[in-house]
Design a protein around this ligand. Structure first.
Ligand code: SAJ
Length: 420
Protein backbone atom coordinates (compact mmCIF):
# COMPACT_ATOMS: atom_id res chain seq x y z
CA UNK A 1 0.00 0.00 0.00
CA UNK A 2 1.22 3.41 -0.92
CA UNK A 3 1.51 5.47 2.26
CA UNK A 4 1.16 8.69 0.34
CA UNK A 5 -2.48 7.69 -0.06
CA UNK A 6 -5.02 9.73 1.85
CA UNK A 7 -7.59 8.04 4.10
CA UNK A 8 -10.87 9.61 5.14
CA UNK A 9 -12.40 7.97 8.25
CA UNK A 10 -16.09 8.69 8.83
CA UNK A 11 -17.18 8.31 12.46
CA UNK A 12 -14.66 9.11 15.21
CA UNK A 13 -16.15 6.84 17.85
CA UNK A 14 -14.54 4.03 19.77
CA UNK A 15 -13.47 2.24 16.56
CA UNK A 16 -13.08 5.10 14.06
CA UNK A 17 -10.80 7.27 16.18
CA UNK A 18 -8.23 4.58 17.11
CA UNK A 19 -8.29 3.32 13.51
CA UNK A 20 -7.71 6.85 12.17
CA UNK A 21 -4.92 7.50 14.69
CA UNK A 22 -3.22 4.18 13.95
CA UNK A 23 -3.19 4.79 10.19
CA UNK A 24 -1.91 8.33 10.84
CA UNK A 25 0.86 6.99 13.07
CA UNK A 26 1.87 4.65 10.24
CA UNK A 27 2.49 7.60 7.95
CA UNK A 28 -0.83 7.97 6.15
CA UNK A 29 -2.50 11.34 5.79
CA UNK A 30 -5.82 10.84 7.60
CA UNK A 31 -8.87 13.09 7.68
CA UNK A 32 -11.38 12.18 10.37
CA UNK A 33 -15.02 13.16 9.92
CA UNK A 34 -17.72 13.32 12.56
CA UNK A 35 -21.10 15.03 12.75
CA UNK A 36 -20.55 15.83 16.43
CA UNK A 37 -18.83 19.21 16.85
CA UNK A 38 -17.74 18.45 20.40
CA UNK A 39 -16.02 15.25 19.25
CA UNK A 40 -14.23 17.20 16.51
CA UNK A 41 -12.88 19.91 18.75
CA UNK A 42 -11.78 17.34 21.35
CA UNK A 43 -9.96 15.32 18.69
CA UNK A 44 -8.30 18.37 17.20
CA UNK A 45 -7.13 19.41 20.68
CA UNK A 46 -6.23 15.75 21.43
CA UNK A 47 -8.46 15.90 24.52
CA UNK A 48 -9.54 12.30 24.44
CA UNK A 49 -11.63 11.07 27.33
CA UNK A 50 -10.57 7.44 27.47
CA UNK A 51 -9.20 4.92 29.92
CA UNK A 52 -6.66 3.96 27.28
CA UNK A 53 -3.80 6.43 27.79
CA UNK A 54 -1.92 5.08 24.75
CA UNK A 55 -4.85 6.17 22.57
CA UNK A 56 -4.62 9.73 23.91
CA UNK A 57 -0.89 9.75 23.18
CA UNK A 58 -1.41 8.32 19.70
CA UNK A 59 -4.03 10.95 18.81
CA UNK A 60 -1.85 13.70 20.24
CA UNK A 61 1.22 12.67 18.23
CA UNK A 62 -0.85 12.20 15.04
CA UNK A 63 -2.40 15.66 15.41
CA UNK A 64 0.96 17.26 16.24
CA UNK A 65 2.65 15.62 13.25
CA UNK A 66 -0.30 16.83 11.10
CA UNK A 67 -1.01 13.33 9.86
CA UNK A 68 -4.48 13.50 11.46
CA UNK A 69 -7.10 16.22 11.46
CA UNK A 70 -10.83 16.18 12.14
CA UNK A 71 -13.64 18.02 10.38
CA UNK A 72 -17.41 17.94 9.80
CA UNK A 73 -17.52 16.80 6.17
CA UNK A 74 -15.53 14.46 3.97
CA UNK A 75 -13.23 15.51 1.19
CA UNK A 76 -11.43 13.83 -1.68
CA UNK A 77 -9.36 10.84 -0.58
CA UNK A 78 -8.04 7.53 -1.88
CA UNK A 79 -9.70 5.39 0.77
CA UNK A 80 -12.89 6.00 2.75
CA UNK A 81 -13.47 4.02 5.95
CA UNK A 82 -16.94 4.17 7.50
CA UNK A 83 -17.14 3.32 11.22
CA UNK A 84 -20.46 4.78 12.37
CA UNK A 85 -22.95 3.27 14.85
CA UNK A 86 -25.61 0.79 13.75
CA UNK A 87 -28.03 0.51 16.67
CA UNK A 88 -31.16 -1.60 16.84
CA UNK A 89 -34.38 0.23 16.04
CA UNK A 90 -37.45 -0.34 18.24
CA UNK A 91 -38.58 -3.15 15.94
CA UNK A 92 -35.16 -4.81 16.56
CA UNK A 93 -34.14 -4.29 12.96
CA UNK A 94 -30.82 -2.61 12.20
CA UNK A 95 -30.98 1.17 12.04
CA UNK A 96 -28.72 1.83 9.06
CA UNK A 97 -29.42 5.56 8.89
CA UNK A 98 -25.87 6.56 9.97
CA UNK A 99 -24.28 4.18 7.43
CA UNK A 100 -26.57 5.48 4.68
CA UNK A 101 -25.86 9.12 5.59
CA UNK A 102 -22.08 8.50 5.70
CA UNK A 103 -22.09 6.74 2.32
CA UNK A 104 -24.27 9.47 0.79
CA UNK A 105 -21.87 12.11 2.11
CA UNK A 106 -18.92 10.64 0.18
CA UNK A 107 -20.70 10.10 -3.17
CA UNK A 108 -19.69 13.52 -4.54
CA UNK A 109 -16.03 12.94 -3.57
CA UNK A 110 -15.62 9.51 -5.17
CA UNK A 111 -13.10 9.16 -7.99
CA UNK A 112 -12.10 6.15 -10.10
CA UNK A 113 -9.66 3.96 -8.17
CA UNK A 114 -11.06 4.83 -4.71
CA UNK A 115 -11.72 2.17 -2.08
CA UNK A 116 -14.68 2.31 0.32
CA UNK A 117 -14.51 0.18 3.48
CA UNK A 118 -17.47 -0.38 5.80
CA UNK A 119 -16.35 -1.32 9.33
CA UNK A 120 -19.73 -0.86 11.07
CA UNK A 121 -21.56 -4.04 12.04
CA UNK A 122 -24.49 -4.61 9.67
CA UNK A 123 -27.00 -7.30 8.66
CA UNK A 124 -25.72 -9.70 5.98
CA UNK A 125 -26.21 -8.29 2.50
CA UNK A 126 -25.90 -4.61 3.49
CA UNK A 127 -22.65 -3.89 1.64
CA UNK A 128 -23.93 -5.35 -1.62
CA UNK A 129 -27.54 -4.23 -1.52
CA UNK A 130 -27.44 -0.94 0.45
CA UNK A 131 -23.90 0.47 0.22
CA UNK A 132 -23.03 -0.31 -3.40
CA UNK A 133 -26.20 1.26 -4.90
CA UNK A 134 -25.52 4.48 -2.94
CA UNK A 135 -21.88 4.63 -4.07
CA UNK A 136 -22.90 4.02 -7.68
CA UNK A 137 -24.94 7.25 -7.63
CA UNK A 138 -21.52 8.79 -8.31
CA UNK A 139 -21.70 7.36 -11.81
CA UNK A 140 -18.85 4.98 -10.97
CA UNK A 141 -19.29 1.21 -11.01
CA UNK A 142 -18.40 -0.84 -7.94
CA UNK A 143 -15.87 -3.49 -8.93
CA UNK A 144 -14.89 -1.73 -12.15
CA UNK A 145 -14.12 1.78 -10.81
CA UNK A 146 -14.35 1.35 -7.05
CA UNK A 147 -13.14 -1.23 -4.55
CA UNK A 148 -15.79 -1.92 -1.91
CA UNK A 149 -15.16 -3.90 1.27
CA UNK A 150 -16.68 -4.93 4.57
CA UNK A 151 -13.93 -5.17 7.22
CA UNK A 152 -15.62 -5.73 10.60
CA UNK A 153 -13.88 -4.69 13.79
CA UNK A 154 -13.35 -7.23 16.58
CA UNK A 155 -11.83 -5.22 19.41
CA UNK A 156 -12.75 -5.52 23.06
CA UNK A 157 -13.49 -2.20 24.78
CA UNK A 158 -10.78 -1.77 27.41
CA UNK A 159 -8.00 -3.05 25.15
CA UNK A 160 -8.80 -1.41 21.83
CA UNK A 161 -5.39 -0.36 20.56
CA UNK A 162 -3.77 -3.68 21.37
CA UNK A 163 -6.62 -5.66 19.83
CA UNK A 164 -6.74 -3.50 16.67
CA UNK A 165 -3.15 -4.48 16.01
CA UNK A 166 -2.98 -8.03 17.41
CA UNK A 167 -6.34 -9.59 16.44
CA UNK A 168 -6.82 -11.57 13.27
CA UNK A 169 -9.06 -9.77 10.77
CA UNK A 170 -11.65 -10.99 8.32
CA UNK A 171 -11.95 -8.87 5.21
CA UNK A 172 -14.83 -9.30 2.79
CA UNK A 173 -14.72 -7.75 -0.65
CA UNK A 174 -17.45 -7.36 -3.24
CA UNK A 175 -14.77 -8.99 -5.43
CA UNK A 176 -11.26 -10.39 -4.99
CA UNK A 177 -9.34 -7.25 -6.01
CA UNK A 178 -11.31 -5.23 -3.41
CA UNK A 179 -10.52 -7.73 -0.64
CA UNK A 180 -6.86 -7.92 -1.64
CA UNK A 181 -6.41 -4.15 -1.72
CA UNK A 182 -8.03 -3.74 1.70
CA UNK A 183 -5.88 -6.55 3.04
CA UNK A 184 -2.75 -4.71 1.86
CA UNK A 185 -3.95 -1.58 3.64
CA UNK A 186 -4.74 -3.27 6.98
CA UNK A 187 -1.53 -5.28 6.76
CA UNK A 188 0.37 -2.05 7.41
CA UNK A 189 -1.00 -1.97 10.96
CA UNK A 190 -2.34 -5.43 11.78
CA UNK A 191 0.08 -7.99 13.20
CA UNK A 192 -2.59 -10.72 13.39
CA UNK A 193 -3.49 -12.84 10.38
CA UNK A 194 -5.81 -11.47 7.70
CA UNK A 195 -8.35 -13.74 6.04
CA UNK A 196 -10.19 -12.82 2.86
CA UNK A 197 -13.78 -13.67 2.03
CA UNK A 198 -16.76 -12.03 0.34
CA UNK A 199 -18.56 -9.04 1.85
CA UNK A 200 -21.77 -10.86 2.86
CA UNK A 201 -19.85 -13.68 4.56
CA UNK A 202 -17.76 -11.12 6.47
CA UNK A 203 -20.97 -9.44 7.66
CA UNK A 204 -22.39 -12.74 8.92
CA UNK A 205 -19.07 -13.82 10.49
CA UNK A 206 -18.97 -10.67 12.63
CA UNK A 207 -22.53 -11.29 13.81
CA UNK A 208 -21.80 -14.97 14.47
CA UNK A 209 -18.95 -14.00 16.81
CA UNK A 210 -21.09 -11.81 19.04
CA UNK A 211 -24.04 -14.20 18.82
CA UNK A 212 -21.82 -17.07 19.95
CA UNK A 213 -20.89 -15.06 23.04
CA UNK A 214 -24.49 -14.02 23.72
CA UNK A 215 -25.85 -17.57 23.44
CA UNK A 216 -23.12 -18.92 25.69
CA UNK A 217 -23.72 -16.22 28.32
CA UNK A 218 -27.45 -17.04 28.14
CA UNK A 219 -26.59 -20.67 28.83
CA UNK A 220 -24.56 -19.75 31.91
CA UNK A 221 -27.34 -17.42 33.08
CA UNK A 222 -29.82 -20.29 32.66
CA UNK A 223 -27.53 -22.50 34.74
CA UNK A 224 -27.44 -19.78 37.44
CA UNK A 225 -31.23 -19.69 37.57
CA UNK A 226 -31.37 -23.50 37.63
CA UNK A 227 -28.87 -23.37 40.53
CA UNK A 228 -31.24 -20.98 42.30
CA UNK A 229 -34.13 -23.43 41.91
CA UNK A 230 -32.14 -26.51 42.90
CA UNK A 231 -30.28 -24.83 45.75
CA UNK A 232 -26.92 -25.56 44.17
CA UNK A 233 -24.06 -23.06 44.14
CA UNK A 234 -23.57 -22.76 40.37
CA UNK A 235 -20.17 -21.02 40.52
CA UNK A 236 -18.08 -23.95 41.79
CA UNK A 237 -20.31 -26.23 39.69
CA UNK A 238 -19.30 -24.28 36.56
CA UNK A 239 -15.64 -24.42 37.58
CA UNK A 240 -15.87 -28.19 37.90
CA UNK A 241 -17.77 -28.62 34.61
CA UNK A 242 -15.04 -26.52 32.96
CA UNK A 243 -12.48 -29.12 34.03
CA UNK A 244 -13.85 -31.18 31.11
CA UNK A 245 -11.40 -30.71 28.22
CA UNK A 246 -14.12 -29.62 25.79
CA UNK A 247 -16.34 -27.53 28.09
CA UNK A 248 -15.89 -23.80 28.67
CA UNK A 249 -18.96 -22.27 30.32
CA UNK A 250 -18.91 -18.47 30.61
CA UNK A 251 -19.75 -16.43 33.70
CA UNK A 252 -23.34 -15.86 34.76
CA UNK A 253 -24.14 -12.23 35.50
CA UNK A 254 -26.87 -9.62 35.83
CA UNK A 255 -27.32 -9.32 32.05
CA UNK A 256 -25.47 -8.50 28.86
CA UNK A 257 -24.70 -4.87 28.15
CA UNK A 258 -22.60 -2.84 25.76
CA UNK A 259 -23.65 -1.67 22.35
CA UNK A 260 -22.69 -4.78 20.36
CA UNK A 261 -23.64 -8.11 21.89
CA UNK A 262 -27.20 -7.12 22.90
CA UNK A 263 -27.79 -5.74 19.39
CA UNK A 264 -25.93 -7.83 16.82
CA UNK A 265 -27.81 -11.14 17.23
CA UNK A 266 -31.00 -9.36 16.18
CA UNK A 267 -29.36 -8.58 12.80
CA UNK A 268 -29.26 -12.32 12.13
CA UNK A 269 -32.82 -12.82 13.42
CA UNK A 270 -33.92 -10.04 11.04
CA UNK A 271 -32.59 -11.91 8.02
CA UNK A 272 -33.60 -15.49 8.94
CA UNK A 273 -36.24 -15.42 11.73
CA UNK A 274 -37.46 -18.95 11.12
CA UNK A 275 -33.97 -20.34 11.79
CA UNK A 276 -33.08 -18.06 14.69
CA UNK A 277 -35.14 -19.40 17.61
CA UNK A 278 -32.11 -20.22 19.74
CA UNK A 279 -30.56 -16.83 19.04
CA UNK A 280 -33.76 -14.95 19.92
CA UNK A 281 -34.27 -17.07 23.05
CA UNK A 282 -30.73 -16.26 24.24
CA UNK A 283 -31.41 -12.56 23.77
CA UNK A 284 -34.62 -12.85 25.77
CA UNK A 285 -32.88 -14.72 28.60
CA UNK A 286 -30.04 -12.21 28.84
CA UNK A 287 -32.42 -9.26 28.63
CA UNK A 288 -34.49 -10.70 31.47
CA UNK A 289 -31.55 -10.87 33.89
CA UNK A 290 -31.84 -7.34 35.38
CA UNK A 291 -35.51 -8.06 36.23
CA UNK A 292 -34.50 -11.41 37.72
CA UNK A 293 -31.88 -9.68 39.87
CA UNK A 294 -34.40 -6.99 40.89
CA UNK A 295 -36.84 -9.69 42.08
CA UNK A 296 -34.06 -11.43 44.00
CA UNK A 297 -33.08 -8.17 45.71
CA UNK A 298 -36.67 -7.31 46.58
CA UNK A 299 -37.19 -10.78 48.09
CA UNK A 300 -34.01 -10.45 50.08
CA UNK A 301 -34.62 -6.88 51.24
CA UNK A 302 -38.38 -7.16 51.70
CA UNK A 303 -38.25 -5.13 54.93
CA UNK A 304 -38.80 -2.22 55.01
CA UNK A 305 -41.44 -2.16 52.30
CA UNK A 306 -39.57 0.24 50.01
CA UNK A 307 -35.91 -0.42 50.83
CA UNK A 308 -32.96 1.84 50.20
CA UNK A 309 -30.63 -0.01 47.84
CA UNK A 310 -26.98 0.86 47.19
CA UNK A 311 -25.84 -0.45 43.80
CA UNK A 312 -22.15 -1.07 43.21
CA UNK A 313 -21.25 -0.71 39.55
CA UNK A 314 -22.96 1.26 36.78
CA UNK A 315 -20.76 0.31 33.80
CA UNK A 316 -21.84 -2.44 31.43
CA UNK A 317 -18.86 -4.57 32.48
CA UNK A 318 -15.82 -4.59 34.72
CA UNK A 319 -13.12 -1.92 34.67
CA UNK A 320 -14.62 0.33 31.97
CA UNK A 321 -16.56 3.59 32.24
CA UNK A 322 -19.01 2.72 29.46
CA UNK A 323 -22.68 2.54 30.55
CA UNK A 324 -24.24 1.77 27.19
CA UNK A 325 -26.86 -0.97 27.63
CA UNK A 326 -25.74 -1.39 31.23
CA UNK A 327 -27.73 -4.06 33.15
CA UNK A 328 -27.04 -2.02 36.31
CA UNK A 329 -28.85 1.01 34.99
CA UNK A 330 -31.79 -1.20 34.00
CA UNK A 331 -31.80 -2.51 37.57
CA UNK A 332 -31.84 1.05 38.91
CA UNK A 333 -34.96 1.81 36.83
CA UNK A 334 -36.70 -1.40 37.85
CA UNK A 335 -36.05 -0.87 41.56
CA UNK A 336 -37.05 2.79 41.38
CA UNK A 337 -40.34 1.78 39.73
CA UNK A 338 -40.94 -0.52 42.72
CA UNK A 339 -40.54 2.47 45.04
CA UNK A 340 -36.99 1.74 46.20
CA UNK A 341 -34.59 4.59 46.89
CA UNK A 342 -31.56 3.74 44.83
CA UNK A 343 -28.03 5.14 44.99
CA UNK A 344 -25.26 4.07 42.62
CA UNK A 345 -21.50 3.91 43.04
CA UNK A 346 -18.97 3.35 40.26
CA UNK A 347 -15.31 4.35 40.42
CA UNK A 348 -15.10 4.64 36.61
CA UNK A 349 -18.46 6.17 35.74
CA UNK A 350 -18.80 8.47 38.78
CA UNK A 351 -15.20 9.03 39.92
CA UNK A 352 -15.01 10.94 43.17
CA UNK A 353 -18.27 9.57 44.57
CA UNK A 354 -17.50 8.03 47.94
CA UNK A 355 -18.59 4.43 48.51
CA UNK A 356 -19.39 4.93 52.21
CA UNK A 357 -21.65 7.89 51.30
CA UNK A 358 -23.52 5.70 48.79
CA UNK A 359 -24.16 2.86 51.26
CA UNK A 360 -25.01 5.26 54.14
CA UNK A 361 -28.43 4.27 55.52
CA UNK A 362 -28.97 1.54 52.90
CA UNK A 363 -31.05 -1.56 53.61
CA UNK A 364 -29.31 -3.60 50.92
CA UNK A 365 -26.07 -3.42 48.96
CA UNK A 366 -26.10 -5.00 45.47
CA UNK A 367 -22.82 -5.74 43.71
CA UNK A 368 -23.53 -5.63 39.97
CA UNK A 369 -20.13 -5.16 38.31
CA UNK A 370 -16.90 -6.90 39.30
CA UNK A 371 -14.67 -3.85 39.00
CA UNK A 372 -11.20 -4.52 40.39
CA UNK A 373 -11.88 -1.83 43.05
CA UNK A 374 -14.56 -4.10 44.56
CA UNK A 375 -12.20 -7.05 45.06
CA UNK A 376 -11.49 -6.29 48.73
CA UNK A 377 -14.56 -4.53 50.09
CA UNK A 378 -14.63 -4.27 53.88
CA UNK A 379 -18.00 -5.59 55.14
CA UNK A 380 -17.43 -4.22 58.67
CA UNK A 381 -16.85 -0.70 57.41
CA UNK A 382 -19.74 -0.82 54.92
CA UNK A 383 -22.07 -2.56 57.38
CA UNK A 384 -21.43 0.15 59.98
CA UNK A 385 -22.75 2.75 57.53
CA UNK A 386 -25.82 0.77 56.48
CA UNK A 387 -29.25 0.64 58.14
CA UNK A 388 -29.50 -3.15 57.60
CA UNK A 389 -26.75 -5.63 56.79
CA UNK A 390 -28.09 -7.26 53.64
CA UNK A 391 -26.11 -7.85 50.43
CA UNK A 392 -26.76 -9.32 46.99
CA UNK A 393 -23.84 -10.37 44.79
CA UNK A 394 -24.54 -10.76 41.06
CA UNK A 395 -20.86 -11.47 40.29
CA UNK A 396 -19.68 -14.02 42.86
CA UNK A 397 -17.14 -11.47 44.01
CA UNK A 398 -17.79 -11.06 47.74
CA UNK A 399 -16.00 -13.24 50.31
CA UNK A 400 -19.07 -14.75 52.00
CA UNK A 401 -17.47 -15.98 55.19
CA UNK A 402 -16.24 -12.43 55.88
CA UNK A 403 -19.59 -10.85 55.11
CA UNK A 404 -21.45 -13.35 57.25
CA UNK A 405 -18.92 -12.84 60.03
CA UNK A 406 -19.68 -9.12 59.78
CA UNK A 407 -23.37 -9.90 60.37
CA UNK A 408 -24.57 -9.73 56.77
CA UNK A 409 -27.43 -11.70 55.32
CA UNK A 410 -25.93 -12.35 51.89
CA UNK A 411 -27.17 -13.98 48.70
CA UNK A 412 -25.54 -14.39 45.36
CA UNK A 413 -26.91 -15.00 41.89
CA UNK A 414 -27.02 -18.73 41.18
CA UNK A 415 -26.91 -20.10 44.69
CA UNK A 416 -30.47 -21.07 45.54
CA UNK A 417 -31.59 -20.15 49.00
CA UNK A 418 -28.51 -21.54 50.69
CA UNK A 419 -27.06 -18.23 51.61
CA UNK A 420 -30.20 -16.42 52.70
N1 SAJ B 1 -20.57 -11.02 30.15
C1 SAJ B 1 -21.13 -11.96 30.99
N2 SAJ B 1 -20.48 -13.14 31.18
C2 SAJ B 1 -19.31 -13.41 30.56
C3 SAJ B 1 -18.76 -12.46 29.67
C4 SAJ B 1 -19.41 -11.26 29.49
O1 SAJ B 1 -22.20 -11.75 31.59
O2 SAJ B 1 -18.74 -14.49 30.78
C5 SAJ B 1 -21.27 -9.73 29.93
C6 SAJ B 1 -20.42 -8.52 30.30
O3 SAJ B 1 -20.51 -8.21 31.68
C7 SAJ B 1 -21.05 -7.44 29.44
C8 SAJ B 1 -21.45 -8.20 28.17
O4 SAJ B 1 -21.48 -9.58 28.55
O5 SAJ B 1 -22.21 -6.90 30.03
C9 SAJ B 1 -20.55 -8.02 26.99
O6 SAJ B 1 -19.19 -7.97 27.40
P1 SAJ B 1 -18.01 -8.68 26.57
O7 SAJ B 1 -16.74 -8.41 27.27
O8 SAJ B 1 -18.38 -10.11 26.34
O9 SAJ B 1 -18.06 -8.00 25.13
P2 SAJ B 1 -18.04 -6.47 24.57
O10 SAJ B 1 -19.46 -6.08 24.26
O11 SAJ B 1 -17.27 -5.57 25.44
O12 SAJ B 1 -17.24 -6.70 23.19
C10 SAJ B 1 -17.72 -7.66 22.26
C11 SAJ B 1 -16.55 -8.59 21.87
N3 SAJ B 1 -17.06 -9.74 21.13
C12 SAJ B 1 -16.72 -11.01 21.47
O13 SAJ B 1 -16.02 -11.28 22.43
C13 SAJ B 1 -17.24 -12.11 20.60
C14 SAJ B 1 -15.56 -7.80 21.02
O14 SAJ B 1 -14.52 -8.65 20.55
C15 SAJ B 1 -16.26 -7.15 19.83
O15 SAJ B 1 -15.36 -6.42 19.02
C16 SAJ B 1 -17.30 -6.19 20.40
O16 SAJ B 1 -18.27 -6.97 21.14
C17 SAJ B 1 -17.96 -5.47 19.24
O17 SAJ B 1 -17.66 -4.27 19.06
O18 SAJ B 1 -18.70 -6.09 18.47
Amino acid sequence: MNRSEKICVLGLGYIGLPTAALFASHGYKVVGVDINGTTLSRVNRAEIHTQEPELRDLVLSSITSQHLSAQTSPEEADVFIVAVPTPCAVDRRADLSAVVAAMESIVRWLRPGNMVILESTVPPGTTVSVVVPILERSGLRAGRDLHVVHAPERVLPGGILTELVQNDRVIGGIDCPSAERASNLYRTLVVGQIFLTNATSAELIKLMENTFRDVNIALSNSFARIGDILGIDIWPAIDLANRHPRVSILRPGPGVGGHCIPVDPWFIVEKAPQESHLIAAARTINDSMPAYVAESILRLASEPHEPRVAILGAAYKANVDDTRGSPSLRLVDLLAKKGCQVRVHDPYVYPGVNLTDVVEGADCLALMVNHREYADLDPWQLGAAMRRRVAFDAQNQLAYHLWRAAGFQIKKLGNGCNNV
